[in-house]
Design a protein around this ligand. Structure first.
Ligand code: OGA
Ligand code: MN
Length: 285
């Protein structure tokens, strides 16, 4: 069956049909997948019920894998026993311990692991169990957010560097070993340019990480807060986004260099279990 790429019609994302990711891809097949991914920034593959080994093998087509991120302090259970490249995202509690990260709350807009010097270029997420409603994941196109930035804002961020806080997860929980941030100017994390150039497409994208505890280096605190608020209000406008409603077996691959994402909350009485890998990336420039 020939591979088909069907754009979502929104600001980013495409549906890829006719590929079975439990099987290794040929070089030609992967080239087509990679080109579609660079063109659309997020790819959806339906009906892919992958084992961890299959998820890892598919992910490795994109490059070497990164180790999963540190989760909240109370994390334990299945996560500890799984492979170090797999990050489990789940609200399920077994024997009094969460089997994965992020619970059932809303996850705010972010890009993955930008609080390290060399953040993963991509994340791959495969749905194993999903609630009947809620828990949708939305993506934002940061090339478009950059292209449409008002001139004043663009000038303010040219050659500016922002700190990407490492202390909390996207649901606002403290990571294991992290202390509470009292002054964002002192927050731990990584410092990255606010505009980055995509190494493969050459496109320029806004690069903000997440709003919580962000700080624009060298600015007065109030000015940094106002600038970040204005940038986040701009880049999360609906015209730059696309929302995915999950089915079991869905697999999404997104490009962390030019997109952001968030997740809706859902009914904690239902189960949501997702397995993720992350692919090593370069220092943003
Ligand atoms: C992630 C993430 C959202 C979700 O995998 O990085 O933010 O839908 N997940 O669970
Ligand atoms: Mn994420």
């Amino acid at each position: 069956m020939a591979m088909e790429v069907i754009p979502t019609g929104a600001a980013l994302g495409a549906d890829v049909r006719g590929v079975d990711l439990t099987q290794p891809l040929s070089a030609e097949e992967f080239d087509a997948v990679e080109q579609a991914w660079l063109d659309h920034s997020v790819l959806l593959f339906r009906d892919q019920r992958l084992s961890d080994d299959e998820l890892i093998r598919f992910s490795q087509h994109f490059g070497a894998l990164d180790i999963a991120p540190a989760s909240a302090t109370d994390m334990a259970g299945a996560q500890e026993k799984s492979r170090s490249e797999i990050w489990i995202i789940s609200n399920v509690i077994e024997n009094g311990k969460p089997i994965g990260a992020l619970g059932d709350k809303e996850a705010e807009w972010h890009t993955d692991m930008s609080y390290v010097d060399e953040p993963p270029m991509a994340s791959v997420l495969n749905a194993r169990e999903i609630p009947r409603t809620g828990g949708d994941t939305s993506f934002g196109n940061m090339y478009k957010a950059f292209e449409t930035l008002p001139d004043g804002l663009r000038r303010e961020i040219e050659n500016r560097v922002c700190n990407h806080d490492s202390s909390t997860t996207s649901v606002g929980e403290l990571r294991a070993g992290a202390g509470e941030v009292v002054d964002v100017r002192e927050a731990p994390g990584a410092k990255h340019p606010m505009i980055r150039t995509h190494p493969a497409t050459g496109g320029k994208a806004l690069y903000l990480g997440r709003r919580l505890n962000g700080y624009v280096q060298g600015m007065e605190l109030d000015a940094s807060e106002a600038l970040l608020d204005a940038l986040w209000a701009h880049c999360t406008k609906p015209e730059f986004t696309w929302t995915h409603q999950w089915r079991v077996g869905d697999l999404l691959v997104w490009d962390n260099r030019c997109t952001i994402h968030r997740r809706d909350s859902f009914n904690g009485a239902e189960r949501r279990v997702m397995h993720r890998t992350q692919i090593k990336g370069d220092r943003p420039v």
